[in-house]
Design a protein around this ligand. Sequence first.
Ligand SMILES: [Zn+2]
Ligand SMILES: [Zn+2]
Length: 552
Amino acid sequence: MQEGGFKMVPSITRRQFLKASTAGSLSFASLGCSALGPTMAPASFEHPQAGKYNIYFGDLHNHNEVGYAQGSLDRAFEIAREHLDFFAFTPHGYWHDIGHYENSIEKKWLDGFEVTKRRWPEVLQAVRKYDQPGRYVPIAGFEWHSTSLGDYHIIFPTLEAEYIRFDDLRKFQSFAKERGAIMIPHHPANRLGHRGANLARLDPDASPVIEIFSEWGNAEHDRACSPYVRHTEGGRWTQNTLHHFLEQGHRLGVIASTDDHLGFPGAYREGLAAVLATELTREGIFDAIRNRRTYALTGDRIALDFQLNGQLMGRELPYTRRRELAVTVTGWDQLDRVEILKNNRVLHRDFPMDRVPAASSWKKPVLLRFEYGWGPWPALDMTRICDWDFQIRVEGGLLEDVQPCFQSGPLDETRRDKILERSDKHLRIQSFTALRQQFEDISTKAVVLKVRGGPDTRVNIALNKPANVSLSQTFRQLADSGEMLFTGDFPKESAMLHRLVFHDHYQTSYKVTDTDDGKNLNWYYLRVIQSNSQHAWSSPIWVEPRAGKPNV
Ligand SMILES: [Zn+2]
Ligand SMILES: [Zn+2]
């Protein structure tokens, strides 16, 4: 038992599932996990691999009522534990060059910093209380605003973390380095002087990675998807995008996190951090970030393995003429395209969506997305929170893995999105939706199932809430068409099973060879775009020019 009174729950990997199920009957008791019972909480997820590393997913930048955002502190740690591997809570800490603004709005920020100062001991207590190395890693940190130098959030590698207000960036950087802490610049693409990242003042020893995606938008380049439209500070400045920074010779890894202000870590579509680490511990995560074994995601937990001559993302390699680029991508939807970029231009493009599945495609697991929500249109003035409780059962198939897609809105202190039960045959989900207060006006949430089966495999969905309705489809039917489930007449909430996605379409693996005479520094990175518009970007791999490391 932990200090906070929740049960330590051993995690089950897919391999354990498969081993147990092939050995005969699969039950949690047979895995020696009596604590699991019929209700396995929190849920555990398969960790994909890249090289010798596991891939872990988390959120390193997030806000709640400690600071000037919303949602309780405990709720945020609980939500994170439910669906993430790691979570850094980064309360609003300080704004060294804050001004005096219209309607004295600076008071909101100054009051928020006082809340953080007062409740800092509670933040550290929560990190200690929820710490479960190997299962769930909470991290302490805080945010530092700067109009002139750009915002940073600092994350600490230990449970001892000090909250200090720095007026001088250099002193802040020394403080971070002395403690082995990491400072991550975020929403970098604002204009310099208007909270955009000032990379001339960045210390790469304190800041090995940059947050290129969050609820602010995408900083990859000035014409990339998800522009900066949600905040006051204006759009993306070409000279403050990742492409420009890489052209300037900066050797930064990339990462994403939500910056969610409704206290919902890992909010779907707002950004997600991926790290390649040998173990799920604070040490493992910090080692990955320091070595730029990180990548950025928008929401879906796309697995990336990108190597150059056998070396992983984030590496700086000496000159070599021949570069073998090895790519393995496993998505959670159809892969529209997978692109290798060299010096910011596409060197190779792969279109998995063009492949034609064959009878043999059934030998590999398929993806099944169940999406639920919708409901009364806001203009009808009858918006409400809808509670969901449903089971998804697979007949004649094996449920191998699951991905939750839980978004932050609507804010509700007591309701939770949870995988209440999970076996190799079924899932039971508790959730809630509303067609208001959501990110990008999308009211739906979803779960994606990875199922090994065949055309005759059947999926049965039984709703207990909001109404007793059900849907049953064979995989043969779902290979041809998605199907809807209505909870009542218009305008009641509805749900749908999407057309299933074959392995041919969600997975790709190939090698491409590039040669270069080494006149200039080269950098390569991988960009993945799923058909549902979810993206992934790897950290770059750099290859030095033939003459050696240039002065930049
Ligand atoms: Zn910020
Ligand atoms: Zn923030």
